[in-house]
Design a protein around this ligand. Structure first.
Ligand code: DQA
Length: 149
């Protein structure tokens, strides 16, 4: 039987993990995140797809494409989280269950990071757990929205 697909979508500057502000983002790389995510997907019986882009339009396009194949999206939109109404609109139109994740504890940082304009289009949010934010977010998404009950 074909496994449901979950897209892991990372936004701007997340390709620089490992070199970017380790106090906030740790020393792991995006490849480490994707490896851990793939292992968790295997455990949960879903199939991962990956995309990282620093371009708002590419992220919107990836969300549109996900309508045709994905059962869920785990999204770290990076700074776009805080101001991209284009990504909000893409999520609202796609209606693919999406879990918002952040590596750092955005609510305890600068005031602009406390705002998430994409939040109303997401089924939940996990933040502040480092790499584990992705894995906890994936697990919640799959248990509650991809393979409920
Ligand atoms: C982030 C938090 C954002 O505020 C920031 O712009 C990022 C990463 C996080 O994972 O903690 O790029 O989404």
């Amino acid at each position: 039987m074909k496994k449901p697909v979950v897209l892991l979508l990372n936004g701007p500057n997340l390709d620089m993990l490992g070199r970017r502000d380790p106090a906030q983002y740790g020393t792991f790389t995006l490849a480490d995140v994707e490896r851990a995510f793939a292992a968790k997907c295997e455990e949960l019986g879903v199939e991962p797809r990956f995309l990282q882009s620093g371009c708002e339009g590419e992220l919107c396009h990836a969300i549109h494409e996900a309508m045709d194949y994905a059962a869920g999206i785990v999204l770290n939109a990076g700074a776009y989280t805080h101001y991209s109404y284009a990504i909000l609109d893409a999520l609202l139109l796609a209606k693919v269950p999406t879990m918002e994740v952040h590596i750092s504890d955005v609510d305890s940082r600068e005031p602009f990071r406390r705002v998430s304009v994409i939040r109303p289009a997401c089924v939940g949010r996990v933040a502040g757990l480092g790499l584990d934010s992705y894995l906890v977010g994936l697990e919640r998404l799959v248990r509650e929205h991809v393979r409920p009950g």
